[in-house]
Design a protein around this ligand. Sequence first.
Ligand code: 3PG
Length: 306
Amino acid sequence: MKILVFTEKPFAAAAVKAIENTVNASGNEIRVEENGTKADLLKAVVGANALIVRSDKVDAEVMDAGLPDLKVIVRAGAGYDNIDLQAATERGICVMNTPGQNSNAVAELVFGMMVMMCRNQYNGKSGTELKGKSLGIYAFGQVGRNVARIAKGFGMDIQALDVFVADDVMEAEGVTPVHDVNALFSQNDYVSLHIPATPQTKASIGYDLVMQMPKGGVLVNTARKEVIDEDGLLKALEEREDLRYVSDIKPDKAEEFEKRFASRVFFTPKKMGAQTAEANFNAGVAAAEQAVAYLKDGWNKYQVNK
Ligand code: 3PG
């Protein structure tokens, strides 16, 4: 069987080697194509039985190009908003993600960006510390839990909101559960977003929530740019000179944010959260193993389009 790894954003070289070794050891064939465009993907997917991607868009057109051979798509990572699940289901294609494999990398970046903002982007002026500040974690999944673990080391007070996680699970991690998004924003100096991009969450974080943050509040987004109502956030930053926004991906209106609020915003040029050798290795190898297992006997533990 043929397994295609297609990523616009390349994995670390050691991760590619490990993916190749995993697939070769299983007796399947592997092909890795990086830095590719959608047009490249449409050609490359022809004849592949499994497709491994990162944030690369996999729509009905890509799936149709892969049929009748394409059986499984594995998103080497957590969020699968880049894959048209309905189209996959209609075509009998299994879609899986690799939960937890890159979450520490994303969580570490949250702190890299928080330290950067509380030290005024290292401009030499006196800043503040994270110790003793409060952190609100919005969604207590794999990344949120890693954020809580690291926040304890910084001496932060931690709250989290997640309707799918029981209070005692959070409490066992030393985290205070909150049940209202307004409370999460109004009670925390830092709010870190870990919600997926869904029709319900899109543009859900905007003016009303951000304006409730305490003085000096910092909004940290390592989730998806789509969850932000950019006009609402721009308005809040305009009205509140103390607020700051840091995001692991450029918003659509990045130029406007940067032009108007240069010292109070920071955006990575490309999504960097999962871009570590370790995360690439873990997510890449897990994706390869899952693709191999699905092709062998239909193993589908992490299927997301059931
Ligand atoms: C994820 O959903 O796993 C992260 O956002 C990482 O995405 P990436 O693989 O495109 O870096």
